[in-house]
Unconditional design. Sequence first.
Length: 502
Amino acid sequence: MEETPDGWQRLSVRTVLVTALVMGGVVVGAGVPATLGLANGRPLWVAIGWVLTGAVLVIVGGTAADYVRWRRTRYRIGPERAELHTGLLLVKRRSLARERIRSVDLTANVLLRLLGLVKVRIGTGESTGGGESTLELDPVTREEGERLRRELLARAAVGEPGTHREGELAALDPRWIRYAPVSFVAPALGGAAVGGLMQVSEWFGAQGKLINWVGDRFQDTSVVWIVVSLVLGACVTGAVGALGLWGEMWWNYRLEREPGGTLRVRRGLFTTRSISIEERRLRGVELVEPLGVRTLGAARVDAVATGLAEDESSRNADHKTLLPAAPRSVAEAVAAHVLREPASPTSTARLTPHPRAARTRRLRWAFAAALLPVLVLALLGVLLTDVLLYVAGACAVVLLPVAYLLAVDAYRSLGHAVSGDYLVARSGTVRRTTVALQRGGVIGWTVKQSFFQRRVGLITLTATTAAGAGAYSVYDAGQPDGLKFAADAVPGVLAPFLERGE
């Protein structure tokens, strides 16, 4: 690692080789069809010559540009600030106070791993826009990345030594992969696969042939079974894709507690990721149970922490997940270890059920949502064709029972409680969440009551916090019970308003 006397360092020079290899791959991918297209009507050697000339220009130009970037990029980790200077004509100087640094994440795709490199992302966790709250070193050696992470996240120890589990808190169990096909990712991937196939066939002018081929396969099949078969095929494709995506995201997963009070999540098959969360920023945990995963008795664990703000370049990264979908007992145990509690508040809290009026409200919403497409189809059937009337009837037979079951489940999922140092709130059905939030992390309450809630004596309480999503709600609680819960959870915040109301 090249270092100047005043402490400035350069990125790894191997970044130039990475760029050359990437540009070579792009050129090969684009060169083959370009050669075939140019060879139509002219000698093959002429087409190859043109493509090779263009390939050399692209590779040399891209590599030269990255070499200039490497020469003009330097960073320095001082006792008080982390600094990054980059740029040729327009030089950018970025500096972060070390005391404000909250995360040092390491990422390496397959090519970087083969060359012993990582991309280091240093952040303060603030949403300032434009990336002013982050420094990105792309790339440095793996050893340098680990050194930077240890140095920048060195903190005083949290908690008394020996009283809580240290080291490895959780590790991958390959059996957890069974939860991937029942996640919401599977149908989304199936739909994307069908759409992608149709789009590609259109590019090559073969969409009509594809449709005819599918029609020939179902020549003597009813329309209903054609639809069912296609939906099942898309679901199977989506399930296979979900398995592959799960393997890429969570292979080699480990959750560790490091000296100094830092939680570290490491995961990834082809692209490895290392995400660090300081325990002093932790304000609680959230158990997330999507419907399919919950049906199999599983849940995932997310961190509720400050300084996890995401910018444009990390919007799709799941930085807050501490544990992928795993058996509920495992999730509860990991939550307890993370919070340094004997047992997780999400499992020990006795949740207060909500009034029956909350159940009625959910039934009304569910039936309204189910009846809307039925009424639209019925109206179109009256105006256009009787076939739509039969479709509307079939939708009513299917949607109304499903709506009832989801509404009842949503009501049964409602609950809230105060458990030691945490307030616990649960809600949702398609995606049920149970949050355990430190009472000291709540900075205020928002009390909402619509006209219809006021008629039946319900309120919605929202705890505001600087961590996680920023707000966590208790929906449709009884008014007296809800206000008492808020006053007990965070004494003194609502007291002046309650006294004034009296």
